[in-house]
Design a binder for this molecule. Structure first.
Ligand SMILES: Cc1cc2nc3c(=O)[nH]c(=O)nc-3n(C[C@H](O)[C@H](O)[C@H](O)COP(=O)(O)O)c2cc1C
Length: 450
């Protein structure tokens, strides 16, 4: 079964989606819109909502962009776990996945927050473990400059081990809560982690019991070599970043191929690339939406946006000239940056052509057409082992999500590619992932036997 996620982005997933006549007015800090979004997505039986996150106000040095309120910038957004906790109360099935950074957060806080979300939601929590891709975030966490990739991943590797260790703190039957005997918990059914490593000293145990899913689903999105290796070892799901079916096929084979050396089977990780869907009742309607949005992008906005992606100020260069030299690798550089630079070089794109390509979907593929055309592509990629599902970005909210749920989902259901109703209650069940075993308390065993 295909896994489908969406980003509940109230300003839409397109740079200027919020300006479209059908877009929600005043989307900033609007809880009611978030609730409506969650309900639409749950009506469509989607696996989950995914919230990207960062911890800084960005691009104050790019005035056209800063003032434009574009979706991947983060001023005016809720703390993601606080928001998902609110959404847990108004939904019953849909998965709730949030990003948290291993570079600036603490493993105990992350373990506690996501375990709590799993309890609050009845087993629907997911953690997108990122090392952080935004250079400016470091400045809000005691650093004078961005943290290099090697350091970020060294910390991330230890971080995730601690989090998982803490999630295994308690046996499932530890909290007896027996009024008659007066036994609240069984002191033999808790494990003290006593972790001491290069980055963290964490005694444990976690002050949250074992969670409904065993532990929350762990997502990874890092696209670098150490990122892929960490995902192969630790993640239940991996987000893909690329621009073509062939690239996703390579990435799919690559990540699944890395898992055996960690004693894992390929189906223990779901590969879920991001795509942007422009769907209409007819192909012409989808084209019209695409063009309406393209017309709203001024060169100033496009150039600033591209400058942000490639981390070089392009405003002094002719917009119809080539992309100037940019460093192949920079500290804090992202996979989107690499993608844009490679695309420009390989296809000889001008600055304008490159921003026109990058803007509609932040560099990920655009799937555009009527419901059958959109489903054809999704089916082809899914059956062609380019993915196990999709992270669907919606250009204009709420219109795009309603259209996706009412037009594309039924077409996928008709083809037997997507569920007609939820079969289980947890995110793990939706995704076809096994319940993890507690390494300190294998089911049924007493502490003495562990
Ligand atoms: C679909 C997707 C979503 C991502 N979401 C976030 C995010 O919310 N916050 C963040 O800091 N990085 C995010 N990233 C980037 C990373 O996960 C990763 O930390 C970053 O790319 C640096 O790691 P790398 O050098 O291995 O790519 C995302 C990447 C992808 C492909």
């Amino acid at each position: 079964m295909m896994n489908l996620f969406t980003i509940p982005n109230m300003v839409g997933g397109h740079l200027v989606g919020w300006r479209h006549p059908d877009a929600w007015p005043e989307p900033v800090m609007n809880l009611a819109y978030n609730i409506e979004t969650a309900r639409i997505a749950e009506r469509g039986k989607l696996d989950g909502l995914f919230l990207a996150d960062g911890n800084a106000v960005r691009d104050m040095d790019k005035p056209a962009l800063f003032a434009a309120n574009y979706p991947s910038s983060r001023p005016g957004v809720f703390d993601p776990v606080v928001l998902l906790t609110a959404l847990a109360g108004v939904t019953s099935r849909i998965g709730l996945v949030s990003t948290a950074t291993t570079t600036f957060d603490q493993p105990y806080f992350v373990a506690r927050r996501f375990a709590s979300l799993d309890h609050v939601s009845g087993g629907r929590a997911g953690w997108n473990m990122v090392t952080n891709s935004f250079a400016g975030d470091a400045l809000n966490f005691n650093h004078a400059e961005p943290v290099g990739r090697e350091d970020r991943y060294a910390r991330a590797e230890e971080f995730v081990g601690v989090v998982k260790g803490l999630w295994d703190s308690w046996a499932e039957d530890a909290f007896v809560q027996d009024k008659a005997s007066g036994r609240f918990l069984d002191p033999a059914r808790v494990h003290v982690l006593n972790h001491q490593g290069a980055h963290f000293r964490v005694q444990g145990p976690l002050n949250v019991p074992r969670t409904p899913q065993g532990r929350p689903v762990v997502f990874m999105a890092g696209q670098s070599e150490p990122g892929k290796e960490l995902a192969a070892r630790e993640a239940d799901a991996m987000f893909g970043a690329g621009s073509t079916r062939e690239q996703f096929q390579r990435d799919y084979a690559d990540i699944k191929g890395r898992m055996a050396k960690y004693g894992r089977a390929p189906e223990e990780l779901r590969f879920i690339p991001g795509v942007s869907v422009f769907v209409g009742r007819t192909a012409a309607e989808a084209d019209e939406l695409y063009e309406e949005l393209a017309a709203l992008i001024t060169p100033a906005l496009g150039v600033h946006y591209l400058s942000k992606i490639v981390t070089r100020d392009l405003s002094g260069y002719p917009v119809d000239g080539p992309l100037p030299e940019v460093a192949a690798e920079v500290i804090g550089g992202s996979s989107t940056r690499t993608l844009a630079i490679e695309m420009a070089r390989q296809e000889n794109l001008t600055i304008r052509q490159l921003y026109e390509r990058m803007v509609p979907a932040f560099g990920s593929p655009v799937i555009k057409g009527d419901p059958v055309q959109v489903a054809d592509i999704m089916e082809d990629w899914y059956r062609g082992q380019a993915c196990d599902g999709f992270m669907v970005s919606i250009p204009v909210m709420p219109r795009g999500l309603t259209d996706f749920v009412d037009l594309v989902v039924p077409e996928l259901q008709r083809r037997g590619l997507f569920r007609r109703d939820y079969q289980g209650t947890t995110l793990r069940e939706h995704m076809g992932l096994a319940r993890p075993r507690n390494r300190f308390f294998p089911t049924g065993a007493s502490l003495a036997a562990d």
